[in-house]
Write a protein that binds this ligand. Sequence first.
Ligand code: HEC
Length: 208
Amino acid sequence: MGDKSHKMQNDNLSKTFLESLASKLFGTLVALIIAVVLGFAVLPFLVPYTPTKQVEKKVVPKMKAAKQETVAKVVPKAKEQIVYWEAPNLDTISDSALKYRITYGREIIAHTAKYLGPEGTVRKMSNGMNCQNCHLKAGTGVFANNYGSVASTYPKFRARSGAVEDIYKRVNDCFQRSLNGQPLDTSSLEMQAIKSYLVFLGTNVKKR
Ligand code: HEC
């Protein structure tokens, strides 16, 4: 009998012990969960964290404004500085004799071989190339070896000959070297036409 009551007492003891252990564990678990939840709630206030949207609101407009300011300052200046040469229009020539001569000059630059090539109708004195093969658009193309500044820079000193050369000499230089031909007579209609055309192209270019 004594044994039995002893065992019962033992059972009761272990039962209350387990119960209290379980409730303690449960309490700890709840505390832990609360701590974690609170932690997440409080964290943003502790760390200096700036959400992306706020950055976009604050920084992006500033950057856009700065960029616009730069563009407004730089682009007009750049446009002012870069003014490409444009060939004058032959239709603006009122003197008909002069217009004829200048037009003939352009024709020879564009179709040199037809007049002065191996089968040239005027004279057979060059290799069949046209001036326009190297001086594009009859010498009026931008960045195409144009004649825009010929009138304003010749006569000029050239290192190749070691002398001051006029337009005739420079034209004949290309006839002899580039077109592997002979020089054109300075007083010929063709040379006069070429010179008039080159001078006309330089109408709006200041003398240097
Ligand atoms: C094979 C190519 C070639 C052909 C064809 C050619 N030239 Fe040239 N020409 C040049 C080169 C290259 C220059 C030098 C460009 C430079 O100095 O920047 C030049 C320069 C010139 C210049 C001086 C331009 C300047 O601004 O100083 C004149 C004028 C000229 N050529 C006229 C002619 C004439 C007229 C013809 C046709 C009869 C002709 N060229 C055919 C290549 C050619």
